[in-house]
Design a protein. Sequence first.
Length: 31
Amino acid sequence: MSNQLGKRYVCETCGSSVLCTKSGDGEITCC
C-alpha cells in the first residue's frame, strides 16, 4: 500500500500520529 500525500496515520499501539508530506511506495512503521 502506498502512502497518500496529506493523510494522517496513527499508531494503534502508542497513539503517535504522522502526517505524510511525500507520497510513495514506502511503509510507515512505529512501535
